[in-house]
Each structure stands twice: as C-alpha cells, then as structure tokens.
Design a protein. Structure first.
Lengths: 249, 230, 320
C-alpha cells in the first residue's frame, strides 16, 4: 500500500519535472526561469535536511489540526443532527462560513493570535473542518430506520446509541471523508504558513519565492508529496483497522 | 382486549386519492390474526397508524387493554457491531430471559448465534428479527411480512410456536400468502381499495394450531372467501 | 462625416503602424510607478511609435521570467533580482535605473530607540523579510559595522505592522516613499515621533528598481528599445517636476483608488528625492559603483556563487 502510493507519487512528480525540462530546453530558458537538473540536485542536497524538518513541522501541525477538526466536527455534528433550530442553524452557518476563502481569514487570525503554533493549528483545523462537519452532520442526521426502529419502538433509544448506529452504518463514508480531509489539512497548514507564519514548509516556500528560486520550491514540493503520501497511507491503514475491529470487513 | 378502527379516513400527504375511506373493522380477542390485501392497498399504512407512527387521519383507533403495540417489518436489521447472541441477550428484558433459548431453538437460530447479522441469509435475518420482538413485552405485535424468505416448514413451526407461547397476546400478521393466512389465522381482515364499501371485510380463518387435523375442504373454503372478498 | 470617417481610418492606421510591447512592473500600481503610468497616459509612448501595455506587478509576478518567456518585452526588477537572474544565465540587460536611493528604510521611534550610531542597533529587535532584499541589506549593514547577528534580534516581518505598533519590534522595514507617509501618519496620530534609518547614509548602497529588457531585444530591436527608453525617461522626468504635481497625483489616483489623495500628495515628494536627488539630475542614470557594491554584498552573503560582473549588464540607451 505504502510503496504503491509513493511509487505513484514519484511517477507524477518526475513526469512533472520532465515536462518542465521539456519547456526549459525547447524554449531555451535560463536556470533562473526553470532550473536545470544539476541545480535542482545541488539544491536538494543542500536543503534536504532543512526542508525535511520544515515539512515534518508542517505535518505535525496538520495532523494536530486534523485531529482537532475531527473532534470539533464530531461534537458539532452530534449537536447538529438535532431537528430543532439549533441543528439547522449550525448547518446553514457551516455552509456560509465554508464559503469564506481561508486566505482572507488567515491574516486576521495571525493578527489576533500572533504567528505561533496556535494560529497555524487553528487555520489547519478550519480548512478541513467544514467539509468534515457537513459530512458528519449529513451522516449523523440521516436516520438508519431499519436499525433504529427496534430501539425506538422498545424505548431503548438514546442519543449515544443513535450516534453509534449512524456512525457505524456509515463508517466507510466517514473514513473516506477523514482521509480526504487529511490532504486539506496539509494544504491549509502550508497556505497558512505561506501567508503569515515563521515556520514550516510554507514559510520556506515563501522565502524561496522571494528569491525566485524554483529549485528550492521543487525540492519542497517533493518532500511535501512524500510526507503527505505517507500520512494518507497511515490514515487508510487506521481506517482499515477500525473497520476490521468493528467487523464491517 | 380489543382493537377497533372506526370510520378511518386518510389521504397520503400531497396525494389526491384516499387511502382509507370510512374504514371500519375490529379485532375483539387475542390470537393470531391476519391483515390481508393486494399490494398497495394500505396494509403497512394501517399498521403504522395503529402503532402511532402516522397521525393526521380522521376517525378513531381504539385500543382496549392493549397498552404496548409493536410493529416489525422484514427489512429491519440488527446493529453490525455485535453478534446475534449479544444482541438478543442485551435486548431481552429480564422477565423474558427464560424464553430466549426456547425461541432460539424453535426458530432454528442456534447456528447463527455467533454470527453478525450481515452474515446471515435473508430467512435467518427475518427469523432473528422476529425473535427479538417476541422477546419484548407487548400486547399487540404487528408482523409485516416478517416471515418472508422463510421456507414453509420453518414458517409453520414458527407460527405454531408463537401461538403456543403467546395465547393471550394479539398478533396481526400481514402477508400476501392466502394459504398461510387461511390456515393459521383466527380472524382475517381483508383490506380492499377505498372505493369498495365496506373497505375492510372480516373473515374467519382456520386457526390451525397443530393439535387437530385440518380439513382441506375447510381450508379451501377460507381461501375462497378471501379471494371473493377481494 | 467624411472627415470623421477619414480620421477614424487614419487613427486605425496609426494604431496599426505602432509597435505593441508589454511592460511588466515590479509591484502594484502605486506612487513608485507614476512615471510609467504617466508615459502611457500622456501619449509619450504613442508619440514614439509604441503601443505599450503596462501591467502591474505583484508578489507572484517576476518581470525577468516574463521577459525570458516572451510575455513581456520590458520590465522592472530590483538589482538583486537582476544579479541573481544573470548568475543563473538569464539574458537580461539594464537600460535605466529608476531609484538612485533605495527606498527601503527602517522606521523607528527615536524616543524609544535612539539611533545615533550604527552600534546602537545592538540589542534591538529588527524586522526583516526572510529571503527579501531588506534581509540582505540589514545583514550587509551589520557586517559593515562588525555587529554580530547574535547581538540583534531578527523578527520575521509579515504584511501587517501590528508588532511594530505594539512596540514588539524596534525597527520595521518599509518603503520610504510609499509606506512611510501612511505609517508615519498613524504614529503621529498616536502622538508618537518617528524617524527613518537610511542604509545608504550608512554606506550600504543597494540598487533598487531598474528597467530591464533582454539582450536579444537590445540587439535585434534597438530602435524599439531606444524609443521606449526615451518615452519612459521623458515621462518620469516630466511627472516628477513640481509644476506637474497635480498631474502626477491624478495619474496615481486613476489607477490606485485605495490610497487617499492626501497620502499620495505626501508620497510624491518622497519619491522625487529618491529618484532625482537634485532638480537637474538626469533621470534614469546608472550608478555603476552602487551596482558593484550590490553585487559584492550578494557575493559575500553567498546569494550568488560567482561574480557576474554587473557593469557588463548596464546598457544605458544614449541618443546619438
């Protein structure tokens, strides 16, 4: 599973790199516009360690933000499955707030919270929170009549059992949306760092952009791709383990 | 024990035609009764009205000495995280525990106990579902196609078991099978389309309980009456 | 009617005979590009047979890359961009130098942070943009006065000035002509005095925005380069005259509606001083010594691996 995912990423990455080289040599562009393979390799050797630490830093924040957003989405999703106005209010609010682009909101967060861990964490959580929330609300508010009917008829139903039934019945969807939002968490963290942080790979990319150093950016993208692939495989493995434990596979 | 439906009128929300028009019928004693009719005539709707899941109808539904009504249908499922044994044990009230083994045995569920619901055949699933309802406290149990996908021999065994275990309870068995309702049911409520008057006709079934010989002629007579009522 | 049609036809013919070129600026439309916009709006480019599409720059835009890709024929880039690009083989030449004094300064509160000598920088929190040319300039400044980087605190600068307003940062980088009037006004409103630290007065001359084109353009279309440069420099010269102050302000406001007029009015003289230090200064003149120093600074900080001999890139266009 892991080797396949990495293998696929490497194919895509090197196809992209080859396309860049094709453009470079067919248009006779200098190393300033598109760096040559030698420069990319030299940059990689020089900055690999530094960028690896930066990517791991970003990944940690992304994972924490992801977990935070899963927790928040679970809590709000459980409340939001109510049919009274609280539930529909939460749903409408989620749809509307999701429309705000994070690049507009991120600067405000950095002004209020500074550029430490808390702002990066909050932005990472926010960017994957809303898709998670809407999926969770959708899943947790949709009754599974064929199972819930018995418990309701015999007056055994309570909110815990209801959530458990609906979550279990939609475990595949939940795992898919959690795994899918992991990429968003990584993207969100990188964007937040790019805009206004002073750590992480997004910050490194911003510096590289100031210097118009495409070689550094390519090295950064490579490391982001590898680390994100590993994270996604890890999440898929957790999903498989959870499903196995619950007996749904 | 009495179930009385008085001048029921009902229309599905948003639809033009009536489902029930001046429907009158009653069940006046415990036993294994049937609610019979062609597809789409409103049997499930009527069952849900009796249970209280559907409101907004005109007329009365009177329940005398019937305090707990349960409704079960053939598409129900058990939660997938537990095996059949765990679910039956956890969902059976303490007062009914002694019946558990007996029902499991009679319904042929012994081989299924350690399996999860999704691993069972359709017939096993229906039997499991019915068993758990029978282990609850109820006065009236409405069984909507609860024995679909069950073979005839097992079906007979189950119905006879129900009748022997619960002689003082009331059952309303919804089925399309004219033979089985004629054979096993005491009273058969034949439900007809709303433009027919009366919309419900009450007939006597053979109420076979395994302790007497059932004459084929009597059975045929009951079946004919049902068919003619339609 | 016939005359109108004929003149319309002539206008179309004139347009057809004009050479179309693109000119990518370094930043958004603001006071620092007033001459570029004036040359366009006043018809100077057209008079010189050019239809120039002036495009705003930005953080994601790079004029040098656009020149190489053929998306633009002229551009504005800072000296460090030019030197970095040439060190990587970009075929770029410089045809005019816009800023004679680098507009990059550091704003500070003299009451709180007295700076009488460069040594007073020790122990201060200094804002820099990591990867930006303000970082390069500050490091050069510290090196010049033997101040170790461990003796100052670098603070990574973002787009907002809150850390400076809150007093967390002692010196904050900004563009003297564009941002100092805005931030200075805020500080004055709060009853605070401010001053600006000019690195060039401390011996660090780091060239800023300059007009660039490709070597190929210079060699194969010298007349176009000449016409463009003539019109551009004339536009800048005219718009920076005090007598044309209102025209300059109107030009900026036409393209930049977000900056209030009173701020633009303050930005203009600040820009004039940086581009034309004396009234009779020849606008666009190159300063080879400043360019050499810029290259030396970049070499010493290992921003370029080997010298590029920057004087070879300076190709001022002279009328014969």
């Amino acid at each position: 599973m892991l080797y396949k995912r990495i293998y696929q990423f490497l194919i895509i990455y090197f196809i992209g790199l080859a396309a860049l080289m094709l453009v470079k040599y067919s248009l006779n562009l200098s190393d300033y516009t598109i760096p040559g393979v030698t420069e990319i390799w030299t940059t990689c050797r020089r900055y690999f360690g530094l960028y690896l630490m930066a990517v791991l830093n970003t990944l940690c924040v992304a994972i924490l933000g992801h977990l935070l957003s899963i927790g928040m989405a679970t809590v709000v999703g459980i409340i939001g499955r109510l049919t009274i106005w609280v539930g529909s209010f939460i749903r409408v609010a989620a749809y509307n707030i999701q429309a705000y682009p994070i690049v507009a909101v991120a600067p405000i967060i950095f002004i209020l919270l500074g550029d430490g861990l808390s702002s990066r964490l909050l932005i990472a959580a926010m960017i994957c929170y809303f898709p998670l929330l809407l999926s969770f609300i959708g899943i947790l508010s949709e009754p599974v009549k064929e199972i819930e009917h018995f418990f309701e008829s015999t007056r055994r139903m309570n909110w815990r059992l209801q959530v458990k039934i609906r979550a279990f019945e939609n475990i595949h969807k939940l795992i898919t949306v959690v795994v899918g939002s992991a990429t968003l968490a990584m993207v969100g963290t990188i964007v937040a760092e790019f805009i206004a942080a002073n750590a992480g790979i997004g910050y490194s990319i911003r510096i590289a952009l100031y210097q118009s150093d495409l070689a550094k950016i390519l090295v950064a993208l490579f490391l982001i791709g590898i680390c994100t692939s590993i994270y996604l495989v890890f999440l898929e493995w957790i999903g498989w383990f959870v499903k196995k434990q619950l007996g749904s596979i | 024990m009495r179930l009385e439906l008085k001048e029921l009128n009902y229309k599905y929300p948003g639809s033009v035609g009536d489902v029930f028009r001046q429907l009158n019928c009653q069940v006046t004693e415990p036993g294994f009764h049937a609610l019979f009719g062609p597809s789409g005539v409103g049997k499930t709707t009527l069952a849900k009205m009796i249970v209280g899941d559907i409101r907004g109808f005109a007329g009365e539904i009177n329940l005398q000495r019937i305090h707990q009504v349960l409704y079960t249908y053939n598409l129900e499922r058990i939660p997938g995280w537990c095996c059949i044994r765990e679910h039956l044990e956890s969902s059976t009230p303490q007062s009914n525990r002694q019946r558990l083994e007996d029902l499991v045995d009679s319904f042929g569920l012994q081989p299924c106990l350690n399996s999860r619901f999704s691993q069972l055949s359709l017939g096993q699933q229906n039997r499991t579902n019915l068993a758990r309802y029978l282990l609850q406290d109820f006065d009236l149990l409405i069984m909507d196609e609860s024995l679909a996908n069950v073979d005839e021999i097992t079906k007979e065994k189950i119905i006879l078991k129900i009748k022997s275990l619960f002689p003082q309870r009331c059952f309303l068995y919804i089925s399309h099978n004219v033979v089985e309702v004629s054979k096993f049911c005491k009273q058969i409520l034949v439900l007809r389309s709303h433009y027919r008057a009366p919309q419900a006709v009450s007939l006597q079934g053979q109420n076979f309980n395994g302790q007497r010989v059932l004459k084929e002629k009597d059975l045929e007579q009951s079946m004919l009456e049902i068919v003619n009522a339609l | 009617m016939i005359l109108m049609l004929a003149s319309a036809g002539c206008a179309r013919d004139d347009e057809k005979s004009m050479e179309e070129v693109s000119y990518r600026l370094k930043w958004l439309f603001n006071i620092s590009v007033v001459g570029d916009l004036y040359a366009h709006d006043s018809g100077l480019f057209a008079k010189n047979g050019l239809k120039v599409i002036v495009k705003p720059g930005g953080p994601e835009k790079d004029a040098i890359k656009e020149l190489e890709l053929g998306h633009a024929q002229f551009g504005v880039a800072s000296a460090d961009q030019v030197i970095r690009a040439v060190s990587k083989g970009a075929p770029i030449v410089v045809i005019a130098q816009l800023f004679q004094i680098n507009p990059l300064h550091w704003i500070y509160r003299p009451d709180k942070t007295p700076l009488k000598t460069p040594q007073d920088l020790k122990g201060k929190t200094i804002g820099i943009t990591h990867g930006g040319n303000d970082e390069t300039i500050m490091r050069a400044l510290l090196a010049k006065y033997d101040i170790r980087e461990s003796e100052v605190n670098f603070f990574s600068v973002r787009y907002d000035y809150t850390p400076f307003y809150q007093g967390k940062v002692d010196l904050w980088p900004l563009y003297r002509n564009a941002q100092a009037p805005i931030i200075g006004a805020k500080l004055q409103k709060a009853g605070e005095r401010f001053d600006l630290m000019d690195p060039s007065k401390m011996g660090i001359r780091f060239v800023a925005n300059s007009v660039v084109t490709t070597r190929e353009m210079l060699e194969e279309r010298p007349e176009t380069v000449k016409n463009f440069t003539r019109a551009l420099l004339q536009g800048w010269q005219e718009v920076l005259k005090p007598a044309n102050e209102q025209k300059a302000i109107d030009t900026v406001l036409k393209y930049n509606k977000e900056t209030p007029e009173e701020i633009v009015r303050q930005q203009l003289p600040a820009t004039r001083i940086l581009m034309m230090p004396t009234p009779d200064f020849e606008f666009g003149k190159m300063d080879p010594a400043a360019w050499r120093q810029t290259e030396e600074i970049m070499l010493s900080q290992k921003l370029i691996p080997v010298p590029v001999f920057v004087e070879k890139l300076l190709k001022p266009v002279r009328e014969k």
